[in-house]
Structures are given as C-alpha cells and as structure tokens.
Design a protein around this ligand. Structure first.
Ligand SMILES: [Zn+2]
Length: 382
C-alpha cells in the first residue's frame, strides 16, 4: 500500500466529509438509549439504510431484550478485518431538547456524537474509500454495530466474540483519547454486589439477640478499601449502599454496589480471590459477593503491532498518532482478552463522552477515516 494511495484515500474522504457529517446527524436525530428497544431499533433502521447504500451485505441480529445488532459485510479475500462499535447511547429520548444537534464552526454537538456515532461514520467513510478508490480492497471488511455496549454488552457479547475470532484484527471505533490518540490499554472493570444478611431485633429491648447486617457491611467496606493498590492501578469504589429499615431496628439486610478497576488480568484474579476470602466478623451474619469482570485490554505485543502500523499510516498523512491508556472499558477489552489483535480509540476526535458538552471535531473526520482505510489496507496486504 503506497503512500500515494493513502493520500488518495484522504482526498476521497475530504470530498465526502459532508456525507459523513450527514450520517452522524441522521444517527443522532434517532436517539438511542440502550434500554429503549423501540428507539434503538429506529436508529438501527436508519443505520441499516446507510449500510445498504454502501453496497454492504447487511444482516440484522434480532434481540428480544435489546435493540437488534447490525452486521455489514463487504469484499472478499483470505484476510478479514472487523470494525466494532455501538449505536446505543447513555442519553434518554428527549435529550436532544437539552443538547440540541448543532454545528459551531468545526464542532458538532449532540447526544452520542462522540460516543460513538461519529466513530460509526468514520468507519463507514473508510469503507467507502476502500471500495471506491482504485482497485477494491482484496479482503473482507466486516462491521459489527451493536445496541447494548453502554450496559455491558450482555446480548452482543456472543456475536462480538464469534465475529472477532474469525478476524485477523479488530479495530474499535470508540472515541479517541486526547488529540486523537489511539487507546492501547484499558482497565478491566468489575461490577460486584456485596449483600449481607443479619438477624433483626429491637435495638432498645434486646439488641443482643440481633446481628446487624449494616454494621457488618460497614466492616466489610473497610476491608474492601484495603485491597486497593494505587500504584498498580487497582481501585475499588463502593458507589452505593442500601440497608436496614429503621434506626431502632437491628438491620437484617444490607448491600453494597462495588466498582473495581484493574490494569491486568492477574490483578483481576487476585482481587476476585481476595473477595472470595472475605469472612464475616460477626459469625451470626452471612455475606454473598456476586458479579464479575470485563477483562482489561492490556498493552500487549499484538496491540502495539497494530498501533505501530496505524502510526506509520498517520505519518504518511502528515499526522502524529499518539497512544492513550484509560480506566474506562469497551468491547475491545473483550476481544483483546481472547488474544485477538485489537486497537481501540480509532473513532472521532472530540470531547465530553457521557457529558452535556459532548462534541466532535468534524474537520478531523476525513483524516481519521483515511488513516483507518490505510490501516485496513496495510493489514490486508500482510
Ligand atoms: Zn462507547
């Protein structure tokens, strides 16, 4: 893949940059909170139309409890590259009133523009470049756009792994890091619930007959905090607690919602072992810990190989691609933890994911798409 061809991709993406912005806007107008199937499916219908216009073979993966996922396939050849992303957002229907879709110079504001409808448009503009500039890509390009990433990918996980395992590389179009950086590592995220059962009693008349679930939970929270390791990047946050019924009743039930972040799979295992070893101080109480981890995306040799190729393509475009590490997770955690080469954060340049000032830089869409196209073409060549 010559540098000239990559420059041709860029010229194409600049010419069709307006098409990509129109696509982002069409997707944002169809608000798509994960938990509202009717709304997410409406957005999926819109997206399926645009994918069909690309000439892609589009398959709907129907779901009962979530929006349908969309698989789009283009081209053929021995090498397959998977573009991965999601069209659900964290914003409820009606958010457009508070966060109207609006352009201010190069900036486009609106719910879901950055996380990650802008990334979907970049992936699709890159696909157009690969099949409309010169000889079409001599490989298979699959795009899997899912509907439930923001709630942990419960219904899409199986399809993601199935298509990733058939692919030589997975490129994730999640928002980029500062200045457009690729994401070469993401922490693993654990979601756990710790519930304690005690024995209720009158707090004034016979407190000695009671065993307080609230008091036991409080002791356990102190033990959880002690498992943190700031240097290793292991954080444990008890973000929510519930328990008891009244001040004068020794509490029978209490529970805590716990968020854990780790950099390595080894730390995830260590934390889970420590959780399993926790014991109640008051033997009359019982506790139960449920939950699990989305594994970390580790900065492995496979990740770095993809990053190096992307960096060279960016250099051919006169850009510098940097790398970034984040505490937030994505579906890239899932694919890379299975040993499938994964590069994340290839989506839009912008700011304010999950925040009211969410925005993208539309002037960066063409070079992001050209970089992605060049990266795919170089991977298919190898
Ligand atoms: Zn996202």
């Amino acid at each position: 893949m010559t540098r000239d061809r990559i420059r041709e991709y860029e010229a194409f993406c600049v010419r069709h940059g307006g098409w990509a912005v129109d696509l982002v806007e069409a997707l944002v107008r169809n608000e798509s909170p994960t938990t509202d199937k009717v709304a997410v499916d409406r957005c999926g219908d819109e997206l399926a139309g645009w994918l069909g216009d690309l000439g892609a073979h589009v398959t709907r993966l129907p779901q009962d409890g979530a929006g349908d996922h969309l698989l789009a396939e283009l081209g053929d050849g021995p090498v397959q590259i998977l573009l991965l992303g999601h069209f659900d957002t964290v914003w409820p229907v009606g958010q457009l009133v508070r966060m109207p879709l609006q352009r201010q110079g190069h900036r486009l504001f609106g719910p879901g523009v950055f996380d990650m409808k802008g990334g979907i448009a970049i992936g699709m503009l890159a696909a157009r470049a690969l099949f409309e500039v010169g000889a079409p890509l001599a490989g298979r390009l699959s795009m899997l756009w899912t509907s439930d990433e923001e709630t942990g990918s419960g219904t899409s996980q199986q399809a993601i792994l199935a298509h990733a395992e058939r692919s030589d590389a997975v490129l994730v179009l999640e928002p980029s890091g500062p200045g457009g950086a690729a994401k070469t590592s993401r922490k693993g995220c654990g979601q756990f619930e710790l519930s304690v059962t005690g024995i209720s009693a009158h707090a004034g008349i016979e407190p000695e007959h009671g065993a307080s679930a609230v008091h036991e939970l409080a002791r356990q929270i102190v033990s959880l905090e002690a498992l943190q390791d700031a240097e290793a990047g292991v954080t444990i946050n008890v973000g929510q607690i519930q328990g008891g019924s009244r001040a004068n009743v020794v509490a029978e039930e209490a529970r805590a919602m716990v968020d854990v972040r780790v950099r390595t799979a080894a730390d995830a295992t260590r934390v889970q072992k420590a959780f399993a070893g926790l014991a109640c101080e008051d033997p009359r109480t019982e506790m139960r810990m449920t939950g699990g981890f989305r594994p970390p995306l580790e900065r492995s040799a496979a990740v770095l190989r993809l990053y190096e190729v992307a960096k060279r393509v960016a250099a051919d475009l006169g850009r510098e691609l940097t790398e970034f590490s984040t505490g937030g997770g994505s579906d890239g955690n899932l694919t890379s933890s299975r040993g499938i080469p994964t590069l994340d954060g290839l989506g839009a340049v912008g700011d304010g994911a999950h925040a009211l000032h969410e925005q993208i830089d539309t002037s960066a869409l063409p070079w992001r798409a050209a970089m992605l196209a060049g990266l795919i073409a170089r991977l298919v060549e190898k």
